[in-house]
Write a protein of this length. Structure first.
Length: 328
């Protein structure tokens, strides 16, 4: 049995892969020329396969992507090929969900606004001044600042894409007492609706979190007309893929007041151009594609890779098998 790796991995990682592979032969290709030469009799490929490399494969049964997202990986010949393909999904779910709730808490408690005012040494509660006697007897008084800060247990969280990441986002929402709605191409009873109910989810949600991958179906999904299905008081959050929200449509929606705000970690164009109007909007939080950043990702990545190599050599079922035609 032969396993080809391209691009080449470092010596430390290669040593652990050789141990996991047992009697299988590993080839760590240093360039594409070597990959083209070695692929003919390879049973498995780890890394970034290209159309020219795939065209020379004669025995290929398994391709392992080093990434979770596949929009820049899959090509028609690979979709048609009989090989099984696996990816790296599931490594980032908890840390990305934490990032999402950083956004949600900022908007719920106006922390992003208070940070700006802190730099100005400006004491200015959002919504106006606090009631100096909030606990007096008699009719309850709701002050402007009370209405400006959200009690999360009163809010509905809508999750678009209930895979690993979406499931973790939903779990955190439940911990805060939020009502959870979810849609996914693979509906699961009352807990996860089919995608045909997306507009229903948007109309009911106070926070909408996009956890979907970039696929032919999701590209441009959150166009202006769809954003208008949301509440005017709602917040749109995208940690899925930038191609899902056309930036011009989102900018126009925010300028028109179609929604109350947005938080983005991924963008249709990356890096976001410095002159883009989203940078200067107070009701927008932008982070530079760092939601998955964690000291634990490298070790998780290697652990999954080693496990799948050992499974393949033993003839066991592989983890993270994907539907190549659907890119996930």
């Amino acid at each position: 049995m032969k396993i080809l790796i391209y691009p080449a991995v470092d010596d430390v990682r290669l040593a652990t892969l050789r141990e996991a592979a047992g009697s299988a032969r590993l080839v760590n290709a240093s360039d594409e020329a070597q990959a083209l030469e070695e692929i003919a009799d390879a049973d498995a490929f780890l890394g970034k396969i290209t159309p020219p490399v795939l065209a020379r494969a004669r025995k290929l049964r398994w391709v392992q992507s080093f990434t979770a997202s596949l929009e820049h990986y899959v090509f028609p010949e690979l979709v048609r090929h009989s090989c099984v393909m696996t990816n790296m999904r599931g490594l980032f779910s908890d840390v990305i969900a934490d990032h999402v709730f950083g956004y949600i808490l900022c908007f719920a408690r106006n922390l992003h606004l208070y940070l700006r005012r802190q730099r100005e040494a400006r004491w200015a509660p959002v919504g106006g001044g606090m009631d100096p006697q909030p606990f007096t007897t008699g009719p309850s008084r709701v002050t402007p600042v009370d209405r400006a800060h959200v009690h999360l247990s009163d809010a509905t969280l809508g999750v678009v894409g209930m895979g690993h990441i979406g499931g973790e986002v939903a779990a955190r929402g439940r911990a805060f007492g939020m009502k959870i709605l979810g849609v996914d191409p693979l509906p699961r009873g009352e807990a996860v609706w089919p995608m045909s109910r997306l507009d229903e989810l948007l109309a009911a949600s106070d926070y909408v979190v996009i956890c979907a991958p970039h696929t032919p179906e999701t590209a441009g999904m959150f166009h202006r007309a769809r954003i208008r299905k949301m509440k005017k008081t709602a917040i749109l959050i995208n940690i899925g893929r930038g191609a899902i929200i056309p930036l011009a449509d989102l900018t126009a929606a925010l300028e028109a007041g179609d929604i109350a705000g947005a938080a983005l970690d991924v963008f249709e164009t990356e890096p976001l151009p410095p002159d883009h109007p989203l940078w200067k909007r107070e009701n927008v939080i932008l982070t530079p594609h760092v939601a998955a950043a964690s000291v634990h990702i490298a070790e998780r990545h290697l652990a999954l890779l080693l496990d799948n190599v050992a499974r393949f050599v033993r003839g066991d079922e592989l983890r993270n098998v994907v539907d190549k035609a659907n890119w996930y």
